[in-house]
Ligand binder design. Structure first.
Ligand code: CAA
Length: 272
């Protein structure tokens, strides 16, 4: 999601440092951003030309410290592993200006614990900013208050989301899954248990959700799109945080078989 978030900031006029672990990943990210900008331009929704926006994004391999020098906000979107996130936060804290906000795009990890990786005086400026895939299209951003976040930081995060053209919602407590993933977990679980019990097929449930409940994607299409590995990860993280779930074999089998959806060519559906 990192490249989608970088794209949003660049469209809004910010100079962006985009940091990742390899040049290959960064090159792919920049290609994805360009493709997305072309689509937005085609729809007449881009005020500037594509090259002007791309020129605002500076790719940086590996060096978090260099990437955060002089910035006003950092949005972390690394792998959903709390130890990796804490290392990135500690590094960003060391090098970012004292007044900078450090935001995490985590989907389910405890933001309060991530905040404990930074110096006590920075903790009020650590906040959750949870974007949705694909970030250029999805209007929602959850702004999550950790046990340390100050009201000023929440207001600043809300303001950033608005400047990116998003609709922020504030989640006042750092609860497992925040709002969307907490509710989606129940929807996914109910859908999967219906399949496990032979009550309906994947296709029938998706049809019902899309053609009657009005969702843009059925539960299984959305899991394929999000990545079933990510869905399993979110479920595990929420379970560890005390959110009672009844993990369904239909999902866990896909994870064990590494059939993660669109990204692997097969999940609940097949992708050419
Ligand atoms: N950037 C820019 N434009 C894009 C784009 C991108 N990445 N992807 C697609 N588009 C454009 C297309 O070119 C198309 O433009 P035209 O109308 O001019 O042709 C337009 O957007 C619509 O695209 P599609 O016709 O392909 O698709 P759609 O109308 O079905 O909408 C969707 C796509 C917005 C993704 C919609 O299906 C949707 O809302 N799905 C639900 C997605 C969702 O719930 N995401 C959240 C997942 S959970 C998560 O992310 C958080 C987490 O913690 C895991």
């Amino acid at each position: 999601m990192g490249h989608g978030i970088a794209e949003l900031f660049a469209i809004a006029g910010y100079e962006v440092s985009l940091v990742d672990v390899s040049q290959d990943i960064l090159s792919k990210a920049l290609r994805n951003i360009e493709e997305s900008l072309v689509k937005i331009k085609e729809r007449g929704r881009l005020k500037e030309d594509i090259q002007t926006i791309l020129a605002r994004i500076k790719p940086i391999v590996g060096d978090v410290c260099r990437a955060v020098e002089g910035v006003e906000v950092v949005v972390e979107a690394v792998v959903e592993d709390i130890e990796v996130k804490k290392r990135v936060f500690a590094e960003a804290d060391r090098c970012a200006p004292p007044e900078a906000i450090l935001a995490t795009n985590t989907s389910s990890l405890p933001i309060t614990e991530i905040a404990e990786a930074v110096k006590p005086e920075r903790r009020p400026r650590v906040v959750g900013m949870h974007f949705f895939n694909p970030p250029p299209l999805m209007p929602l951003v959850e702004v999550i208050r950790s046990g340390y976040t100050s009201s000023e930081t929440v207001n600043r995060a809300v303001e950033y989301a608005r400047r990116l053209g998003k609709e922020p919602v504030v989640v006042n407590r750092d609860v497992p899954g925040f709002i969307v993933n907490r509710i989606l977990a129940r929807v996914n679980e109910a859908a999967c248990w219906m399949v496990a019990r032979g009550e309906a097929t994947v296709q029938e449930i998706d049809s019902a959700l899309m053609y009657k409940a009005g969702l843009p994607m059925g539960a299984f299409i959305l899991m394929d799109y999000t990545g079933i590995d990510v869905v399993c990860f979110i479920g595990d993280a929420m379970l560890k945080r005390g959110f009672k779930t009844h993990p369904c074999p239909v999902i866990t089998e896909k994870c064990q078989q590494k059939k993660y959806g669109v990204k692997t060519g097969e999940g609940f559906y097949k992708y050419p």
